[in-house]
Ligand binder design. Sequence first.
Ligand SMILES: [Zn+2]
Length: 120
Amino acid sequence: MYFTAKEFACKCGGCNMGLAAMDEKVVQKLDLARSIAKVPFAVRSAVRCPTHNVSVGGIENSAHLTGNAVDIACTSSNKRFLIIESLIRVGFNRIGVYDTFIHVDNDETKPARVLWIDGG
Ligand SMILES: [Zn+2]
């Protein structure tokens, strides 16, 4: 495993949500993608408690709340390509591209095979 449990902790600092609250398949697929991409995945946000989700402006039904989403910090176009390519190769089919990070989730209650950009 490329990741430490700490990397999946809710960033609010006041709750104990972390790796145990993450969906196992998301973590396994993320680890496999990391091995394919061969570049570091800096986890910027993983599971979030409801309080933290509100404070970072997360949507009400955010996949972060159920431990089904991870945001990976990324500002390099080459790393962005490698990360997204690897996420798709391991079977992720919900990816959001933002200025400074890539969102990926496995929320089966939402549409599959979508790639969105910040703002739409
Ligand atoms: Zn929290």
